[in-house]
Design a protein around this ligand. Structure first.
Ligand code: GLN
Length: 484
């Protein structure tokens, strides 16, 4: 079988048995990228020397018999994750040419695990978006249908794995940016509990919401990558003093012993009937397998999108103040200090990013701070408490991930609110800091539909175990991917 079709764990196994070398695995995936990425635009940068150098290091580890679960396995990185010596632009003109002088902790962890670093993936500029269309380098296309979006903001990370250009990738999730594209591309996408994966070296968007997490074609592969990147990091003050997510403690849950909540608010009008149909079939199947479902209500969900679109832009407006043409990236000509900063920011940021900076600055300004930002934080606390209460009577919460399947490029561009409303189901996990995972539940009209599972904070291993049980009950990881 061609190497690009193997899962991460299958590749690791063959590497360990010396049936293939890490360089061969890297070359196979680089060839696949050369063949396909012209159509998909999943990558902003592929640095073959960098990739082959990490593959050779992996082979050294394997030769010494020191390889682990990911040694020699290719991993793609979203381009808001800093890589020492390799350009990191966040798909923004304002960072074009910026080369970080250090690795993000997740990258350092992957290097220590001997993973092969395959390239930097396209995204919505500074991770702001839901479709993958807000990149200064052009939109990414969905491998299932090239006329459609892959979902965002981790658009390239998802498209790369769905097109089998890589078995694994990393994205970041502030309001759904891993789970949304996972759903639209038929993948497993997982946002860990806030603080379990270091944010050191992740270009900050909404610091209290951002979390790095994996994409894979199966739950088992996803758990292997989660293990490699997680764990306490003294370089991130919000990192939890908790051991890495342990793959060994992920036990495929016996579905007969679990209780799952179905929040009424995430099965209503906002959800496309075709999506609801796929979800209902999945729920029926899981009921046959013994899952006990319980209808629950989480009324604060109604305010989730509005609240998120105050808190996230507020944090972004402050985080993005550092891009002033003086410390990073290109500098525009301007008169005096203010003129220079104004011109650089006017030319460097795209439309969506500018709109977020303006909304955030407004929400934080004197006179409006209490009415918007403080109010939003109060709703956020109420939402967290509501979920915590729900988790006292259920093991997990199940919902659609996205209200609609992949839509056509440009289809929702005229209405920015319509795009933002698609974040309805994914936002609560970020607001509460809870873990969330999306996996494929089925297809409608040839397009994948994701199911989201949410769990209580720090119950990551349990959530992955439930996801693995659900994956099996729904027929196992998909055997067919859109581009053979
Ligand atoms: N779609 C949301 C936004 O545009 C979420 C983005 C994210 O998770 N990075 O802000």
């Amino acid at each position: 079988m061609e190497l690009h079709r193997l899962s991460a764990l299958e590749l690791a196994d063959r590497l360990k048995k010396r049936e293939v070398s890490a360089v061969e695995v890297a070359e196979a995936h680089l060839a696949r990228i050369r063949a396909l990425d012209g159509q998909i635009n999943a990558f902003l940068k592929v640095d073959e020397d960098w990739t082959l150098q990490s593959a050779r290091k992996a082979q050294e580890l394997l030769d010494r018999g020191e390889g682990g679960a990911l040694t020699g396995v290719p991993v793609v990185l979203k381009d808001n994750i800093s890589t020492d010596g390799v350009e990191t632009t966040c798909a923004s003109k304002i960072l074009s040419g910026y080369v970080p002088p250090y690795d993000a902790t997740v990258v350092a962890n992957l290097k220590a695990a001997g993973a092969t670093l395959l390239g930097k993936a396209n995204l919505d500029e500074f991770a702001m978006g839901t479709s993958g269309e807000n990149s200064a380098s052009g939109p990414t296309r969905n491998p299932w249908d090239l006329e459609r979006v892959p979902g965002g903001s981790s658009s390239g990370s998802a498209a790369a794995v769905a097109a089998c250009m890589a078995p694994l990738s990393l994205g970041s999730d502030t309001g759904g940016s891993i789970r949304m594209p996972a759903s639209l591309c038929g993948l497993v996408g997982y946002k860990p509990t806030y603080g379990r994966v270091s944010r050191y070296g992740l270009v900050a968007f909404g610091s209290s919401l951002d979390q790095i997490g994996p994409f894979a074609r199966s739950v088992a592969d996803c758990a292997a990558l989660a293990e490699a990147i997680s764990g306490h990091d003294p370089l991130d003050s919000t990192s939890l003093a908790h051991p890495p997510i342990s793959r060994d403690s992920v036990k495929q849950d016996d579905l007969r012993s679990i209780k799952i909540g179905l929040p009424r608010e995430l099965f209503g009008e906002a959800i496309d009937p075709a999506v609801r149909e796929v979800l209902e079939a999945a729920i029926n199947q899981l009921t046959l397998e013994g899952v006990e479902f319980k209808d629950i209500s989480l009324p604060s969900i109604e305010y989730g999108v509005t609240t998120y679109y105050i808190i996230a832009p507020a944090e972004a407006s402050s985080n993005l103040a550092r891009f002033d043409g003086i410390r990073y990236g290109p500098r525009a000509e301007g008169t005096g200090h203010i003129g220079l900063v104004e011109r650089t920011r006017a030319e460097g940021f795209g439309r969506e990013v500018k709109s977020r900076i303006m909304i955030g600055t407004y929400a934080l300004s004197a006179g409006y701070y209490d009415a918007y930002y403080i109010r939003a934080q109060q709703v956020r606390s109420a939402m967290r408490r509501e979920f915590e209460l729900a988790y006292q009577s259920v093991d997990a919460i199940l919902s659609p991930t996205s209200p609609i399947p992949a839509f056509k490029l440009g289809e929702l561009n005229a209405d920015p609110m319509a795009l933002k409303l698609l974040d309805l189901c994914t936002i609560p996990a970020n607001m509460g800091g809870f873990p969330g995972i999306s996996l494929n539940a089925g297809v409608t009209a040839g397009l994948p539909v994701g199911v989201q599972l949410l769990g209580p904070a720090l119950a990551d291993e349990r959530l992955l175990g439930i996801a693995s049980g659900v994956e099996k009950a729904l027929g196992g990881p998909p055997a067919h991917w859109p581009i053979p």
